[in-house]
Design a protein around this ligand. Structure first.
Ligand code: COA
Length: 183
């Protein structure tokens, strides 16, 4: 694996880039404070922008680490930061990453997350040298599975009662793609 960390990636509609602490207001307003966005996530929605600011300060410090991959999704059409896509677990021994993502409800349904996930997977396979990229979703959150499908992952199976999110214990549906699966 190449420990190249989070570098800027450009897609048709977005700039995927490192967060800065100046993104706190966008992040707070657009998704971090919205219980509808965090419903199937493991962290509680932010009660004040100070929580977002502190989290961003922590993330920014982590960019020093070449094994840290965490992108802000900046929309070209208006310059707003509308979401987040990151490696939530990295296994350097097996060259494998698990992904997580979330974005502002105002932009759902435009296939922006599949576009971001595809671009990030290309980066992780081709530049960072990973061999396996996986993600899971709560069985009750199939729309996240659609993002994984559209990015080219295949369903691997369901781990019953294996996860816990803001709604409680849940079944996790796992999807993944290997470098060799790509055409
Ligand atoms: C899951 C999520 C990232 C999808 O991103 P997106 O850019 O809207 O992705 P898509 O446009 O491809 O839509 C994916 C599916 O969401 C559903 N969907 C789209 N717009 C929707 C809306 N406004 N309301 C409810 N569901 C919607 C559709 O089922 C769609 O699948 P389809 O295209 O096959 O019909 C986004 O909904 C989100 O941030 N959700 C909250 C956080 C989350 O659940 N993260 C994943 C945790 S595993």
């Amino acid at each position: 694996m190449n420990r190249i960390g989070t570098k800027t990636i450009e897609t048709d509609r977005m700039i995927l880039r490192r967060f800065t602490t100046d993104d706190a207001q966008d992040m707070f307003e657009n998704w971090a404070a919205d219980p509808e966005v965090t419903k199937f996530l493991t962290w509680p929605c932010h009660k004040s922008v100070d929580i977002t600011k502190a989290l961003l300060a922590d993330w920014v410090a982590k960019y020093e680490d070449g094994g840290y991959f965490n992108w802000a999704m900046e929309l070209k059409e208006n310059g707003r930061v509308i979401g987040n896509i990151s490696v939530v677990k990295l296994n350097e021994t097996t060259e494998a990453a698990d992904m997580g993502y979330c974005m502002s409800r105002a932009y759902w349904g435009r296939e922006l997350m599949p576009e971001a996930l595809k671009a990030v997977m290309d980066y992780l396979f081709d530049e960072a040298g990973l061999n396996r990229i996986a993600a899971c979703h709560d069985a009750n959150n199939p729309k996240s599975g659609r993002v994984m499908d559209k990015a080219g992952m295949k369903v691997e199976g369901t781990f019953r009662a294996a996860g816990k999110n803001n709604r409680g214990i849940c079944d996790e549906v796992w999807h993944a793609m290997l470098k060799s699966d790509r055409k």
